[in-house]
Write a protein that binds this ligand. Sequence first.
Ligand SMILES: *Cc1c(COP(=O)(O)O)cnc(C)c1O
Length: 389
Amino acid sequence: MRSESPPYRLMAPGPVAVPEKVLKALSLPMIHHRTPEFSEILLRVLSRLKQVFQTTHPVMIQTAAGSGGMESALVNTLSPGDEALFIVSGKFGERWANMGRAYGLKVHTLDVEWGQAVKVEEVARALSLHANIKAVFTQACETSTATLHPIKQLGEVVGSHSDCLFIVDAITAVGATPYAMDDWNIDVTVAGSQKAFMLPAGLAFIALSPKAWSFYEKSRLPKFYFDLKKELEANKKGETHFSSAVSLIRALDVVMDDLTGKNLHRQVARCQALSDATRAALKEMNLETFSSAPSPTVTAVKVPDGIDGAKWLRLMEEKYRITVIGGQDHLKGKILRIGHLGYITDEDMIATLEALGHGLQELAPELLREDQIEKALHVATLALKAAPL
Ligand SMILES: *Cc1c(COP(=O)(O)O)cnc(C)c1O
């Protein structure tokens, strides 16, 4: 029985499949975090994270889910009652706005239809309408709708306001799409281990520009565990402020080879190729993508009318042993989301598209012919040749 079931494939947009070498690093014997051996690893990783973020400013590591990094960005820069603009184009934007409310900020939201990218002019308009806005918060990629926002252009607009920070949740962007923190006027970048960094969940990464650090000095929101100045001071001594997540940081050290230097470009190209292959295959199967500004890191497939999206997902999971995920809130049952981050081989991608097609065929044979699926897999295979693993 066992030999007949296909291998399990994790194809969600986070957490993602991790490479074998990461699993090996995670299983190494424990060492203490206050040792020269660990210090050396930590300092190397911290320095290389700057390359991934494309910043000359320090990047810090926090032991937390990505949302911890989002919270850290907020409490280290602002004060109670401060006005802030949150771009809300899906679940993660909602989460940040709710955090702002929880901390007593005066929250303005720019609500964007789910599946659309924010319009730069609307952000400019909001900033001129509310002169006291101290920070603009946005996702680079809104993972819940698989949409990429125009971060570079937004950086130009927000950067022209000297008293306003541009704070970006780049958890499904940095390390997998073009992203240049310093050149794009980004003041705070947040990332997380279980997405582009090909690790299990547990680490958040955060970097602040000098402008953001000047906000830190004035910021009065309560902070203790997430106090970034304390973290930075500890980092200067080759330590983290609290106990280090030694296993994850050692694994991160291994992954850094794939995310720095020339390999960063390879990684970005690979992600693009996976998404191009997916979209080309969907087209052949007469399936539509949900987002009008699709991110290279995740593709949202529209569930055709009359099809039970939950059933489709269950088929993928149980029969084909492939995890993709559905939509949230009003998109529940309406979209399926396929991730392009992490360690994905050509076989993983093709098997996913095949399962998607055959799953749909099983639910509605009239919607899809076998030759359409074959053509879809063929075009996807060609697209993947553009950027081999
Ligand atoms: C995954 C993700 C997060 C963080 O989620 P956690 O569950 O807190 O790790 C935040 N923002 C975006 C855009 C994400 O994709």
